[in-house]
Ligand binder design. Structure first.
Ligand code: PLP
Length: 309
């Protein structure tokens, strides 16, 4: 028998799929199918790494409560990990996130605490909205003596992406890869993979994806804080940002994300969320820009399933 002992064993080792229909050339886009993991998103990896580290060093006692602010995906990842390891989970969620996310979290046994939006609107969650949800999560963790995950400050997320996602991409491409492109929430995915790939090949190009008008990583003033790339583009440089791992920033409009999302579904059979669609849009633009060789390979990530929206 070849078995996974629990859902934890379903996290990681996602397939790398070519996107030749939606981008027939020049070059090739390859994408990690992160939506296939049990929580339905890339955040499963960070969730497992942070909880396992906290259990190992005693910050999280057996059976103790886990508390976190989430746009939905970290919460789902934590729900998977907490179910498998026997921890109650409380998540705070801005009401601006899609109702499908709250339904999934409640269905997975998490206690969901909704937090009013500060300046965003439904479907468009701003940095201030996320900060308000984080304040509430911290308050609940203190009041209940729970472990506060604090994903923006937890270094285990980036390390998990360096040691798993990045290592997997290098292995799955046989080292035949020229660039890495990804949107940034906490930055764990972008930075971890960039660190792993640049360690293998220092000249490999790493491009962050930002919503047009909310591009602090590119050093631009915020002119449009609201956008559809839920889970990313909060209008701030993440706390542990490592500027030396980013070679450029590529901006994507809401209309482009919508169009590429639809094309990914209808032409590739990949029904994913907005950030994944923005990543593919940016990868295609990079390949068409002439900055890379005509046969270049660009890796990116399909962050979550479209069923969450
Ligand atoms: C849909 C989606 N895409 C991308 C990301 C970005 O991931 P990271 O926090 O690793 O930067 C997130 C994070 O929550 C997300 O929910």
């Amino acid at each position: 028998m070849t078995l996974c002992g629990s859902a934890l064993g379903l996290i990681g080792r996602t397939p790398l799929t070519a996107l030749d229909r939606i981008h027939p050339g020049p070059g090739r886009i390859v994408a990690k199918a992160e939506f296939l993991m049990p929580g339905g998103s890339v955040k499963d990896r960070a969730a497992r790494a942070i909880v396992e580290a906290a259990r190992a060093d005693g910050r999280l006692a057996p059976g103790a409560t886990v508390v976190e602010m989430t746009s939905g995906n970290m919460g789902a990842g934590l729900a998977v990990v907490c179910a498998a390891l026997g921890h109650p989970l409380v998540v705070t969620l801005s009401v601006g996130n899609s109702p499908a996310r709250a339904r999934m979290l409640e269905g997975m046994g998490a206690e969901v605490v909704f937090v009013d939006q500060v300046d965003g609107q439904p479907g468009q969650v701003t940095g201030a909205d996320v900060a308000a949800a984080a304040v509430e999560a911290k308050r609940i963790a203190q009041a209940r003596g729970g472990f506060y995950v604090d994903q923006f400050y937890a270094g285990e997320g980036m390390a998990a992406h360096r040691d798993t996602t990045g290592a997997e991409i290098w292995e799955q491409t046989g080292g035949r890869i020229d660039a890495w492109v990804a949107a940034v929430g906490t930055g764990a995915t972008f930075l971890g993979v960039a660190a792993a790939l640049k360690h293998e090949r220092p000249t490999l190009l790493c491009a962050a994806v930002e919503p047009r008008g909310s591009e602090p990583l590119a050093g631009k003033p915020i002119t449009k804080p609201k956008h559809v790339l839920q889970g990313t583009g909060y209008g701030l440089v993440p706390p542990h940002w490592q500027a030396e791992l980013m070679d450029l920033s590529i901006s994507v409009t809401d209309e482009e994300a919508e169009r590429w999302r639809r094309d990914l579904a209808c032409r590739e059979g990949l029904y994913v969320g907005y950030s994944g669609a923005a990543n593919v849009c940016a990868a295609s633009r990079l390949l068409k820009s002439g900055r890379l060789a005509k046969d270049a390979v660009v890796a990116t990530v399909l962050c979550d399933t479209g069923l969450k929206y």
